[in-house]
Write a protein that binds this ligand. Sequence first.
Ligand code: PMP
Length: 308
Amino acid sequence: MPLDNDKGKYIWMDGKFVPWEDAKIHIASHVIHYGTGVFEGERCYKNKKGSACFRLKEHTDRLFNSAKIYRMDVPFTKEQVIAATIELIKKNQQQECYIRPIVYRGYQELGVNPFTCPVNVSLMTWFWGKYLGPEAADGVDVMVSSWNRMAPNTFPAMSKTCANYMNSQLIKMEAIKYGFVEGIALDVNGFVSEGSGENIFVVRNGTIHTPPLHATILPGITRNTVIRLARDLGYEVIEDMMLREMLYLADEVFFTGTAAEITPIRSIDKIQIGAGKPGPITLALQKEFFAILTAEKEDRHGWLMYVK
Ligand code: PMP
């Protein structure tokens, strides 16, 4: 999906609204050379009550947590970043969009030491449809990657940092070259971790399982959403280390993520999962998730922030 077809008119850069075409940084910025940045991926949905950002507060909290781990002092408050996000969506007149905040080290010096470089903040918006392709609703075909997720105490998985996405890119490129839409990475001990840009859930005998944080996953906000909705619906959800073969023996497997939303998986390594189509619990969770987003059901957890 080329950005140019779907981009917002303005980008918010360090407090200013800059036309998309002019939102540039210097090639000597620290982030370009060393991946010195942390970011978020958020969505704003149009529903019958207006346009609403989903869990914007939690995403902003995670952005600041990601920055804290890397000793980056964000030169704006969380409230300012949230207000700027809402302002940007209004200015871009987008009723529905994907939102990408990024906090990065800019231009000053190019030693590895990042402390001398400024911390810059940008927000952009664009339209983003189904992340794993238009047919994702029927279930996607994926593989277990030959690449592992990073080991604990190497690259912190709880920080959504730019550099971690080099690992994600290895997983994603391998999957695409082998004819799959996505790869599932194991952790360094061989337990199931997550997709290159999604968390993963397995349903077996009516119980929902998902890997815990110590399987070096990103603490996904959609993951948290699905756990809460599943418990609301009366399902048991277990966060526990997961053997690779649990994937093959599952009744249902699905990905969660802001971009991917809830995407059913119909095969892994060319082994059919369950009936090879979205299963009843996956469908029930999707239904509940979208009922809240579309305001068909009450926003009982206070997850929607309307753009007013
Ligand atoms: N894991 C990784 C590696 C991701 O990039 C993402 C997308 N942000 C997720 C999980 C899902 O997180 P969330 O639901 O917060 O978008």
